[in-house]
Design a protein around this ligand. Sequence first.
Ligand code: GLY
Length: 591
Amino acid sequence: MRVLLSALSVVIAGAAGAQQAADGVAPEGVGVGEFSGLGPRVEAALASKAEGAPVVAQDWMVAAAHPLAVQAGADALAAGGTAADALVAVQVTLGLVEPQSSGLGGGAFLVWYDAASGALTTLDGRETAPLAATPQRFLDADGQPLKFYDAVVGGRSVGVPGTPALLAEVHERWGKLPFADLTAPAIALAEEGFAVSPRLAGLIAEDVERLGRFQATADYFMPGGAPLEAGDRLTNAAYAQTLRMMTRDPASFYTGDNAAAIVAAVGGAMDGAGLLSAVDLSIYDVRERAPVCVTYRAHDVCGMGPPSSGAVAVGQILGLLEGYDLSAGPQDATVRRLMGDAARLAFADRGRYLADTDYVPVPVKGLVDPDYLAARAGQLAGEKALDEVAPGAPEFDHALNRADDRSIELPSTSHITIVDGAGNVASMTTTIENGFGSRIMVNGYLLNNELTDFSFASHEDGVPIANRVEPGKRPRSSMAPTIVMKDGAPVLALGSPGGSRIIGYVAEAIVASLDWGMDPQQAVSVPHAVNRFGTYDLEEGTAATELSGPLADMGYEVNATALTSGLHLIAIGDDLRGGADPRREGIVLGD
Ligand code: GLY
């Protein structure tokens, strides 16, 4: 029987009244959940978001995709914790209350600014392919790529999770509070229950058939056979137990009973294609990578390099736009032509070159070289959409013979942005890939389907694709956790979910901040216009669709569609100002 919580009531905001943002800035009626009963701090954050105003604070700030997770992070910061402490608290809570997007069974990338040293560090907690995986993993018996969901659902797509190891590493490097203090709020929620959010309920309802293929998953999301509804009280004793285990020993996730349970669930999945072994889990490691930075409007835009394509692609888009005036704003068709074709050029290079640098040589430096980008930007000087875009030839000391990859990457994922009282900044994008990942649930958490971020085809006409599956390799990501620096100090921290549209969302929010002078709440609310491979996606139900005619006249195929980003942006100056994407349930809290 369902128990509706009264102290934590959740109501679905109607099309009207959910948000009243500035003209042309926020989309209307995009299914935003309104949470009440979570205390005055959360109420104020929700009111601020509904008004389209940024949250302003002096000392610390945290923005993430669910009020309960943000509250856990805020409690850690208010107790004197660092951004690393808050990150752990937010992530383990998100894994419970927003389980479809990220969690212990997934992977993440972190960009960290250390206030004491001024250093920027990027950590790769991406999932890895099993050692038994081969480039044929996503091909059928005839050598043809599998249908997307045939590959996603089941054991074939599951990589070794990286998020638990990343959280342990982050806490060890930069945490101050005991790990037990950071898992306690999520453990309490898991044991005492929390209210299913409107967004989670809506996504369960859309995925009943796939969730129903696995007993543990069906029992959790469809108790008694009926999909959970918004406001239903949900407990997760297995998740609490997993967090207790990790609190005693963070490494225990990768060994012993938990590792055995993952191996058994992946191997026993009905597709019969799971290959994860206990050895795969035991050798997982978090990797520190060099940050990738690009200069834009006298700022340094820094983020996560390969295996993510995020920083290179966002950096390329901005680098290509550096010589053009975008001040006419988001509703100007010429501005959108420039942004759209810059993105197409970046996606052409991404498809040709970007993959896990531990396996294939990638010309990262050449791809973001200002001279290379300036030369390529000359293609944007016309008045029409580019007829065709092709990968460029960035400078590199290897001869590269590569075919292009256009992997399917559907919207998913979550983003967390935090600034602590000492000025440390964390920007982490975190995922289990598709909504509900592989749909396999183990010990209270969902396992990822991250391996479908590899190219399904390994070669084209005998030429290898850089992002093909290989044993132990990390699939290429679009996640773009970003910190923007000015004169060596952070001024913006942001990121978003959204599959390969993440790149466009993040680039647009940076342009909104630096070119259009928008505050963080306005910047995350701009009606989206996103281009990846040529089709111009315009956010349905918003002012962006007014661009449809002018962009079609320029030669684009336009497509009005839902563009559900989940941007969380904090601007750091004399004070802290934060914005949470109106398209999702996240909030910003600060003090
Ligand atoms: N699976 C989302 C990404 O890594 O881009």
